[in-house]
Design a protein around this ligand. Structure first.
Ligand code: AMP
Length: 422
């Protein structure tokens, strides 16, 4: 029989690796708390129409990457990103009525049927955040600066920020027309995909990696030329705030990103290029001032980002030491295991992780395992010890052993381990 395997592009995180995930998620949650974001949890499954409306029909995500299916006449999609569902929740619960500004964050799996490669999976994790109700640009700058600090703190030392402005609705339409005007005479030299996009989503041609498209785009007008006075003012103030924060950035007028919903501020943070190669975009984000209204809510400006945790994990250094049980209990003989369970419960009650190895293995085998897993203490409970009301506590690091009265065992463990933790 063929062994069953995970779905292609969807990875298991085994316990040896999950400690690194937890560390990354904790660092993210800490950053979020410092910036006064609160966590939101939305369903993994949403109505397909939500993503079509929010992300846009002509985007790669909606056109070819969604896991969609019809369940009892209801078209559903596994969320390919977090912004749409979060915005849906914001509108559905009329959150704007109870607070003028909301700062929300989320962490969790996303699903896209992409071609898997290093740092690109079909199930991957994003950590993201959204600010509703603040038109920026101060909060845009805060968000970018916060993210640079975060990726630096987790060990990415070559982070580079690129920013652009897509303007409000008017500028974008004006620019689309100018771009189509530039590219139409060159259509025959474009890639097939871009020729199609000339009609459906011309901005995406700027993202193309095909050298033919890059050549055609080289002399194209940039969106910065199409911005209106308010857009320009917004962008200038963003740049000035980043300057004041000392966050280096590059203005990248061809940055458009894959999703359709952005307005004004757009940014990407790249880094760990040596490890990730071309797929070195760690974080992407931008302002989407029209989405809340388009989803049936009031006119509320918004900005958000999503960081790819799988990539951040590949990019970040430092493995935390695997941490299992600090104390191993070795009951020797069948009658000892219940005693060991009781002592283990008391030790856990004092706040120390422990494991009872009651397989009936030899003391030598148990100690070998305790050493391999990095435990600090092993407690031996044989029939003799139980008979005389004692336990043997072996300090595996110091290679010493103490016989202590059973009633003093937890205090002895605590004393040894507090010293080891500090
Ligand atoms: P996006 O939602 O496309 O703006 O992507 C934001 C970030 O999520 C990217 O910069 C990546 O770090 C990460 N990301 C997007 N798609 C994938 C994927 N298929 N596999 C792993 N990470 C991804």
């Amino acid at each position: 029989m063929n062994p069953l395997r995970a779905v292609k592009g969807m990875n298991d995180v085994l316990p040896g690796e999950s400690a690194r995930w937890q560390k990354l998620e904790t660092a993210f949650a800490r950053t979020m708390a410092l910036h006064a974001f609160r966590e939101v949890r939305t369903p993994y499954l949403e109505p397909t129409s939500l993503f079509v409306r929010a992300i846009g029909e002509g985007t790669d995500v909606v056109e070819k990457e969604m896991y969609s299916f019809v369940h009892r006449d209801e078209p559903l999609t596994l969320r390919p990103e977090g912004t749409a569902g979060t915005a849906r929740a914001y509108v559905e619960h009329a959150v704007h009525n109870s607070e003028p500004v909301s700062r929300w964050y989320y962490v969790g799996p996303m699903f896209r049927a992409e071609r898997p490669q290093r740092g690109r999976y079909r199930q991957f994790s994003q950590a993201g955040a959204e600010i509703y109700g603040d038109p920026g640009p101060a909060c845009d700058a805060e968000m970018i600066d916060m993210l640079v600090g975060f990726v630096h703190a987790i060990g990415v030392h070559d982070a580079r920020v690129e920013i652009n402005s897509l303007g409000a609705a008017g500028a974008r339409e004006k620019y689309k027309a100018a771009l189509v005007g530039h590219l139409t005479p060159l259509a025959s030299s474009l890639s097939e995909e871009s020729r199609r996009r000339l009609a459906t989503n011309p901005l995406r041609i700027l993202d193309s990696k095909d050298p033919r498209d890059a050549e055609a785009v080289r002399g194209a007008p940039t969106i910065l030329e199409a911005l209106d006075a308010e857009d320009v003012r917004h962008f200038d103030r963003l740049c000035r705030a980043l300057d004041a924060l000392g966050t280096p950035y590059a203005v990248s007028p061809r940055l458009v990103r894959g999703l359709d919903y952005y307005t004004r501020t757009l940014f990407e943070i790249k880094g760990a290029t040596e490890i990730l190669g071309a797929g070195d975009t760690l974080v992407g984000g931008g302002r989407y001032d029209r989405m809340i209204e388009e989803l049936g809510g009031p006119s509320v400006p918004a900005i958000g980002f999503a960081a790819g945790l799988d990539r951040l994990l590949l990019a970040s250094a430092a493995d935390p030491a695997p941490r299992g049980a600090e104390v191993f209990l070795a009951p020797l003989g069948e009658d000892s295991s219940a005693h060991a369970l009781v002592l283990a419960k008391e030790i856990r009650g004092a706040g120390f992780a422990c494991e009872v190895d009651a397989r009936g293995a030899s003391l030598k085998a148990i100690l070998r395992r305790a050493n391999a897993l990095g435990a600090r203490l092993a407690i031996i409970l044989g029939e003799n010890e139980i008979g005389e009301g004692t336990v043997q506590i072996k300090d595996l690091a110091a290679q010493s052993q103490d016989k202590v009265p059973r009633e003093g065992a937890v205090a002895h463990v605590a004393e040894k381990l507090r010293g080891a933790r500090s």
